[in-house]
Design a protein around this ligand. Structure first.
Ligand SMILES: [Zn+2]
Ligand SMILES: [Zn+2]
Length: 382
């Protein structure tokens, strides 16, 4: 069938992208779903830093590629063997298909699926091959999803169904920002009840981590270089919000000695989540973690980024550092949990939507994302 999509022509375009225009919006041919696959009509798609990383070349992927990996849509057709999803079901797209058979899939979310990762790396579907063409030339899939389009063919293992009461925009956010940020808290960090959680980097993922930590009753401190993000963090329930240098200064001030065993006096937290994707943010997160505490890193810095770390503090202060891909999530297990929190009014995910755009506004959207002023820009298709 013919679809409309936004194709990234090459990786590594010059900024500003509103000028270099790396995307082409136009018609493509989409094959019907193969065995174990679905045709999904896309309803909403978020613009994420992992899309920007392919655009600016920080993370090279095969091109041309139809980007977009955080999305929701309606099942329009099912391939052979898909018997558990009715036509018309709303699904959350997730960016790492899970084969269910490899040793990594048996790791309870800690490790990304081997087969799914291999397919993602070559821009194919996990079932093998490519379903998208333009003028007879293959166009690669992005992380098994390729949602900057009117329709997508995806593996059944890339989606999680949700009930009709979950709006399309909320469903889209669940697939990347909430799975990753929320998972950094509930799967990787697992903070003790009522302890402080500090979050470094308040983009879509960091702010989702903040919302989940607040929903679970934690005292949350937000850290970001942009004052507007700090104001948003306070509105969303943070008890304090600092620029990185302010936060670091607070750690060197003397404790106020209230003796309640909490680490608040020194500005340190038992759990710190790094969601900025830079080596400097990782160093800040380490410095803000209390002795005995845990630093979780979910950001994706450039492959050649290097951070400085004192091994002695890891040993002498009994610290833990956890790397968490996709929030160590098992999407089919975790998404219903976030839906329950949202339904109970405890997880106001609507607040993550900072603007709504059209497919042909993606170039400028990437500039705004790079500037750091956005949480989630959502492409709505209807
Ligand atoms: Zn993402
Ligand atoms: Zn697997």
């Amino acid at each position: 069938m013919q679809i409309i999509g936004a194709v990234l022509e090459t990786s590594g375009a010059e900024a500003p992208f509103a000028v270099s225009r790396p995307f082409t919006v136009g018609p493509l041919e989409l094959d019907p779903p193969g065995p174990g696959e679905l045709l999904v009509r896309i309803e909403a798609a978020g613009v994420c830093h992992s899309d920007l990383s392919v655009v600016d070349g920080n993370r090279r992927r095969p091109t041309p590629m139809l980007l977009g990996h955080e999305a929701s849509g309606i099942v329009e057709q099912t391939g052979d063997g898909v018997t558990d999803l009715a036509i018309g079901t709303r699904v959350v797209m997730t960016f790492l298909p899970r084969c269910g058979d490899c040793p990594e899939c048996a790791s309870d979310g800690r490790l990304p699926c081997r087969t799914g990762s291999a397919a993602n790396a070559v821009g194919a579907l996990v079932g093998g091959g490519i379903r998208l063409q333009r003028d007879g030339t293959p166009v690669h899939h992005h992380l098994g999803v390729s949602a900057f389009a009117s329709h997508a063919v995806v593996s059944r293992t890339s989606v999680v169904p949700v009930d009709d009461d979950v709006p399309a925009e909320i469903a889209a956010l669940l697939g990347c920002a909430v799975l990753t940020g929320g998972g950094a808290v509930i799967n990787a960090g697992r903070p003790a009840p009522d302890t402080r959680v500090t979050i470094v980097g308040l983009g879509g993922v960091g702010m989702a981590a903040l919302l989940v930590a607040v929903a679970l009753g934690h005292e949350v401190v937000g850290v970001d270089a942009l004052p507007a993000k700090l104001a948003t963090a306070m509105e969303l329930g943070a008890s304090a919000a600092y620029a990185p240098d302010e936060a670091l200064r607070a750690t060197s001030e003397p404790a106020n000695g209230n003796g309640d065993g909490q680490s608040d006096a020194a500005g340190l937290a038992p759990l710190v989540i790094e969601a900025a994707g830079s080596a400097r943010a990782f160093e800040t997160a380490l410095a803000l973690t209390a002795p005995g505490g845990t630093t979780v890193t979910v950001g994706l810095p450039a492959a050649d980024a290097r951070a400085t770390i004192s091994p002695l503090t890891l040993t002498a202060e009994a610290r833990t550092v956890i790397g968490s891909y996709l929030g160590s999530a098992v999407p089919a297990r975790d998404i219903p949990r976030y839906v329950e929190l949202w339904r109970a009014g405890r997880l106001p995910l609507e607040r993550l939507v900072s603007s709504r755009i059209r497919l042909d506004e993606l170039d400028a959207a990437m500039d705004r994302l790079a500037a750091g002023g956005e949480l989630r820009q959502l492409i709505t298709l209807d």
